[in-house]
Design a protein around this ligand. Structure first.
Ligand code: NAD
Length: 695
């Protein structure tokens, strides 16, 4: 019973869950609870029972360490533990403080009475892992708080403060401070007054608004979570409360929960959960590395990226000096920042006074004078190595020793940039994604000489400004854009072969991508890729051979900003409209190369695009540019609109099966002229031969 403490408090047995950090309901804790309960029931001097957790957590739910092991299914399972509480012959009072989530809340719902600390955090977050509550949550919570509120909690997985449930059957008392004394008192009162052992399962739902709430939630889920089965199953399960006897509802809930467990979607979401935990562990950074203090940030360039980058720090309460070359560019940058904040205020997501507080932290300037005391300088000027050379040379002379110098470059060599200074150990890439104040991804680019504490400081800072930071080594395009180049090349090949931009976007959006590649190209500007491809050809000393996207650019079609790219756009609209001019450019391109268009299937589109990504990901992995495949997945999930239910390009390849991926790549490579592009990466071949996946 080591996970549980058992004490007598007069005629009450106090059972305290004692399995740090959050009383995860692992096998030992589950059996500990049942044994303690049996002891209390067997002891004639005990009249009531209080079940409590720690100050930090009543229970955080399932024990993540047991995921996928036999311990997770070892008896007694959670439903049996809850049934033991619910059917106990002596009253059971749960004392809830801290976190009370998932199985933890389901456990509490099995008690006869509940007392909670006002700020205790209650949630049924299973849906976030592609699951639904599987130990009575969907059957008991609606009986306790009503169908509409329960649906909201179960389908969103949101965390609620206990105080919000005062006066409902969920909580008999809400207290400030430690809930245990109040629970002990309530237990004595129940005994003294002969109050009943209240079981939530016996409550009858009398809720005229329930059908409408169910319908509204179904509509919202159909719109927002169409690729995930769990939210819909949650709604079905809650509906059983209205139509089905409790025990049958419980059995059906469990059945669906177990079925969801092995869906690819749930596996993908579990993968992401683990990936996010792993990403902060960076090889070569000793634990406990002392961090540098970042109290003031300087941003150079107030264009598209600089303004957004500055906002991250302002919003986190960190003062920012923003530098431009000319007053009008500076004014434009400051106006952009204010306009973005104002839009957030309009949406009700920011208070007007907070906007002013953020703006007051911004110091626009035309002079490097104010860079003397910044702790971190982030450069976001034109993507041109000579401009970067000049900026970093200046930063090196004006910034204090120990200041971190970062570049937001998308493609340029961070080691070369570090070489423009006398302090390469203090230089790294901080590659934000556009819009930089919104996108969660931050690639932290580690140069050959970047000091471990510089890297560790930036990883910690990323957390502070709410970014998902992924460490990348130095290469052309880092992790994300290097893979994107292959993806776009696959897209170009498919269009040349016979697909239309609409079909391509449709197939990849049906796969789950937030936006198809042609729409993304039009949004971001096709000229960026055009410039990159021209630069690469020049660097490689080979003639530049335009692809179809480049032909569009040659015709002045850069995307939305010029009113036309792959699609055409009416003035003031972002709605992509098919354009016969695009078709003419595609036709001319095919004719020039003697390509006879063929029918391309949607499945082929998805295969080529996804496997091009995974194949390049494998190279990135074997070169050590990324530390782990799951980091690559997070880059795509957080920066490129990759669907969460697919887990990322590397996880997706693993689910498909690496031997299948290799077979497809070899098939593509056998086509004339395609060998170099589709050649499977050595690591991919090796893992496939060993019967392994990428993780
Ligand atoms: P931008 O043209 O919108 O802004 C660049 C700004 O830098 C301009 O306002 C310009 O006046 C200013 N500037 C140029 N030289 C300067 C100098 N010497 N001193 C001070 N200011 C100077 O460009 P952007 O899109 O914001 O890109 C900036 C950097 O961010 C580039 O390296 C780019 O590759 C990278 N980046 C861009 C994106 C994107 O989607 N736009 C995404 C990630 C990274």
């Amino acid at each position: 019973m080591s996970s549980v403490r058992y004490e007598l408090r007069g005629a009450t047995a106090l059972i305290t869950l004692d399995y740090p950090p959050v009383n995860g309901l692992g096998a030992a804790l589950r059996s500990g609870i049942v044994q303690a309960l049996e002891q209390a029931l067997a002891d004639g001097s005990v009249q009531a029972i209080v079940l409590a957790g720690s100050e930090r957590a009543f229970s955080g739910g399932a024990d993540v360490k047991e995921f996928g092991t036999s311990l997770a299914t070892q008896e007694p399972r959670l439903p049996a533990v809850i049934a033991a509480l619910e059917n106990a012959a002596k009253p059971v009072v749960a004392a809830i403080g801290g976190v009370c989530m998932g199985g933890g809340l389901e456990l509490a719902l099995g008690a006869h009475y509940r007392v909670a600390r006002a700020d205790a955090q209650l949630a049924l977050p299973e849906v976030k892992l592609g699951l639904m509550p599987g130990a009575g949550g969907t059957q008991r919570l609606p009986r306790a708080i009503g169908v509409a509120r329960a649906l909201e909690m179960i389908v969103s997985g949101a965390t609620m403060k206990a105080k919000a449930f005062e006066g409902t059957a969920l909580l008999d008392a809400v207290v400030e401070g430690d809930p245990v004394p109040a629970a002990l008192e309530l237990a004595q009162q129940v005994v003294a007054q002969g109050l009943p052992r209240k079981r939530i399962r016996d409550l009858v739902i009398d809720d005229a608004g329930a059908p409408a709430a169910l319908q509204a939630m179904r509509e919202s889920v159909a719109k927002g979570s169409k690729f995930l089965p769990a939210p819909g199953k949650c709604i079905d399960a809650v509906e059983l409360c209205l139509t089905t006897p409790f025990d049958e509802g419980l059995a059906r809930e469990r059945e669906t929960f177990l079925a969801l467990m092995s869906t690819p979607e749930a596996r993908a979401l579990r993968h992401i959960f683990g990936a996010e935990r792993a990403a902060s562990k960076v090889p070569g950074i000793p634990e406990g590395t002392a961090l540098r203090t970042i109290a003031r940030v300087g941003v150079i360039g107030a264009g598209t990226m600089g303004a957004g980058i500055a906002m991250n720090f302002l919003s986190a309460g960190i003062p920012v000096v923003l530098l431009e070359m000319k007053q009008d560019a500076l004014d434009r940058g400051v106006a952009t920042i204010r306009r973005n904040y104002e839009a957030t205020v309009k949406k009700g997501k920011l208070k007007a006074e907070q906007l002013e507080k953020n703006m007051a932290l911004l110091a626009p300037t035309l002079s490097y004078e104010s860079f003397k005391d910044v702790d971190l300088a982030i450069e976001a000027v034109f993507e041109n190595i000579d401009v970067k050379r000049q900026v970093f040379g200046t930063l090196d002379t004006v910034c204090k020793p120990g200041a971190i110098l970062a570049s937001n470059t998308s493609y340029l060599d961070v080691d070369a940039i570090a070489g423009f200074t006398q302090r390469p150990q203090d230089v790294l890439g901080l590659h934000f994604f556009s819009p930089a104040n919104v996108m969660r991804l931050l690639e932290v680019v580690r140069g050959a000489k970047t000091a471990p504490d510089v890297l560790a400081t930036c990883m910690a800072l990323a957390r502070k400004i709410g970014k998902m930071a992924i460490v990348s080594g130095v290469c052309d395009g880092f992790i994300g854009n290097r893979m994107l180049a292959r993806y776009n090349a696959a897209v170009a090949g498919l269009i040349a072969a016979g697909a239309s931009p609409q079909q391509l976007d449709g197939a990849l959006q049906a796969f789950g991508m937030a936006m198809g590649p042609c729409r993304v190209g039009d949004l971001a500007g096709l000229d960026i890729g055009w410039a990159t491809r021209k630069r690469r050809a020049e660097e490689a000393g080979v003639p530049f051979v335009p692809i179809i996207a480049d032909k569009l650019c040659e015709a002045g079609r850069f995307g939305q900003k010029t009113g036309a790219g792959w699609y055409r756009y009416e003035a003031g609209s972002r709605e992509p409209l098919p354009d016969p001019v695009t078709q003419q450019i595609i036709d001319a391109y095919r004719a020039e190369r003697g390509i006879v268009p063929r029918a391309v299937g949607d499945a082929e589109i998805v295969e080529r695009c996804m496997f091009a990504l995974a194949n390049e990901g494998a190279r990135i992995l074997e070169e050590g540019i990324a530390a782990r495949a799951s980091d690559i997945d997070l880059v795509y999930l957080n920066g490129y609109g990759f669907p969460r239910h697919r887990g990322g390009p590397m996880f997706n390849a693993t689910l498909v099966g690496l031997p299948e991926v290799v077979k497809a790549l070899q098939r593509f490579a056998a086509e004339p002229g395609a060998e170099a592009f589709w050649q499977p990466a050595p690591l991919l071949l090796k893992l496939a031969a060993e019967g392994k996946g990428f993780g």
